[in-house]
Design a protein around this ligand. Sequence first.
Ligand code: HGY
Ligand code: MN
Ligand code: MN
Ligand code: MN
Length: 456
Amino acid sequence: YPIHEPPLPSNSLSVNKESLQKQIDELSTFSDSPAPSVTRILYTEKDVMARRTIRQGNTSSEKFPVSVRSKTLNEPKLRRFVKNLMGLSGLSVREDAVGNIFGRWEGYEPELAAVLSGSHIDAIPHSGKYDGVVGVLGAIEAINVLKRFGFKPKKSLEVIMFTSEEPTRFGISCLGSRLLAGSEALVKALKHTVDNHNISFLDAARSAGYAKDQEDLTSVFLDEDSYSAFVELHIEQGPILEEESISIGIVTAIAAPASIKVEFKGNGGHAGAVLMPNRNDAGLAAAELALAVEKHVLEFGSIDTVGTVGIMELHPGAINSIPSKAHLQIDTRDIDESRRNIVIDKIRQSASTISKNRGVQLSEFQIVNQDPPALSEDSVIKAMESASKELNLTHKKMISRAYHDSLFMARKSPMGMIFIPCYKGYSHKPEEYSSIEDIANGVRVLALTLAKLSLS
Ligand code: HGY
Ligand code: MN
Ligand code: MN
Ligand code: MN
């Protein structure tokens, strides 16, 4: 039954909702914070320990083909969970030098570039259980949907779990997909990247059983034309679809993100004894810069320009000690890259003006990333739109203000994203929620989109 012949009997792509919900719930238990929040950070000791501990009496392992089971014998628990699901779907599983995990369903023309779909499962501190997870478990379930339907892929279909999309531990977002996209700058930067426990990226990767040195990192780079398309299913992380009661978001572009690290240094001193004219308070310099970020973002009057200071650390952090050091991390984004770059320049100017006026040293002003936006490919947009139509699902085109691994995969192949509604647009907090019905709609659109792209 050539799947691209509309109209498709709408009940023909059936999602196993119970098992998908159970997987989402079980995956949320791999967390360094108490439920309902989720914290899952790349290569942290807890995470490495979790990846290393064998889950005793893992009933599901019995069902795996020995090859998957043996390869996962001493697999870290978390990764094993994902690999097992890929194995259960009959995918052949491989992992690259930084822990991007791939599952492949060979097509009948295997020499053609595969169609890839996936997302991430790492989670920022005290966040939710759907961000990224829906796109990994949903892609595996989309494969199951197509297999149950009897679909035969022409181009192979692959699922990917990116090793880390959040910037939490090393301050670098989309680390796995940046490397897949061939970022030489990142390989260089990772040489001297440490977390806030002063553990280097390579030490952390090595302790988790991954990359040992630089060439390991460049081995992650994808060859040109490795994939014919990349599609990511993701919760909207915004309120529009829910407010307008629309089932599917067809993403046309992803906003341009940037992050900056700033540090001010002053003399510190006794909070009572040092008189105001003699102070150079690094903490107040940081506070002034934070308000300057908001001012520079707002002065454009564009709703698409955003900025915040998500991290502000004062040293020594004692109530009666004037901060001698302040460390800030600034996140600013826009769908218009040049406008965003002007905001960055103004922030830099404000930082140096504040340091002069307050007699504090601007000891660091580092642009960690300043990425261009990404546009979805028309052919992928068309496939997602026709899939939504054939499944009688309301849908609308929209931009993504959050970044995703798709932002970097767009550098390697035609890209598209499918959004589903989430409760009040909440994300990056425990109240994050998407109903299994909405998730199942997203999975069906993804399955049909992958099928169309595979046969194209
Ligand atoms: O911050 C972001 O946009 C993404 O959700 N990590
Ligand atoms: Mn996120
Ligand atoms: Mn995400
Ligand atoms: Mn994201």
